[in-house]
Write a protein that binds this ligand. Structure first.
Ligand SMILES: N[C@@H](CCC(=O)N[C@@H](CS)C(=O)NCC(=O)O)C(=O)O
Length: 203
């Protein structure tokens, strides 16, 4: 193996796509390895936390935990601040996005339809607007979290915005983030970044 290998499901979203996009923005060629359910069941016992994505880097073994992977790629390629204080602001975005993702995925695992609806309605009424206000505060006045240049934190915002606006979650209005201009702005700038467009349009 001569290049980094990302292992994830064959799905253009969530944590695995964040790692792929970080490498895409970094301009790093990588092995985009996608597993189906049967293969995942086979490899799961050997994964450090039984989850994907993983990033395997020649000479460094298998790395796990999406935000740790994103920070590593970011630090190596100018997509995460070296300054500890700026880094902490970006880290807050990464962790807040995981907070929301975990809340959303927990609802997807609920088998009781009434409970699922009630929890999602509560997210819509309170958690998601608060989350978006917090993210807007962390973005500040710039085009991206870091001001003028994209960072892995912006990829994280983009991926959550994409998931929510796609209508994936019943009872969560796809327009829920529309009134948050900074979140929208960051998401649109990542979506229209030439490297991201080339990745999405690849053969
Ligand atoms: N904290 C972990 C969570 C990883 C995670 O839950 N990944 C999901 C896919 S996005 C997964 O592997 N799900 C299958 C399973 O848990 O069996 C991370 O950020 O990488």
């Amino acid at each position: 193996m001569s290049k980094p290998k990302v292992t994830y499901f064959d799905f253009p979203g969530s944590r695995g796509e964040e790692v792929r996009l970080a490498l895409v923005l970094a301009g790093v060629d990588f092995d985009d390895y996608r597993v189906g359910r049967a293969e995942f069941a086979r490899i799961k016992p050997d994964l450090p936390f039984g989850t994907l994505p993983t990033l395997e880097v020649p000479g460094h073994g298998v790395l796990v935990q999406t935000n740790a992977i994103l920070r590593l790629i970011g630090r190596l390629h100018g997509l995460h601040p070296g300054d500890p204080w700026e880094g902490a602001r970006h880290d807050a975005v990464l962790e807040a996005c995981e907070d929301l993702r975990q809340r959303l995925s927990a609802t997807s695992r609920m088998s009781d339809a009434a409970e699922k609806k009630a929890v999602r309605q509560a997210l819509v009424a309170d958690f998601i607007p608060r989350w978006a206000e917090g993210i807007e505060g962390l973005i500040g006045e710039g085009s991206f979290v870091g001001g003028t240049r994209p960072a892995v934190a912006d990829i994280k915002i983009y991926m959550i915005q994409k998931a929510l606006s796609s209508g994936t979650y019943d009872d969560i209005p796809p327009k829920i983030l529309d009134r948050f201009a900074r979140v929208q702005g960051v998401a649109q700038r990542i979506a229209s970044h030439p490297a991201v467009l080339a990745w999405i349009r690849r053969a």
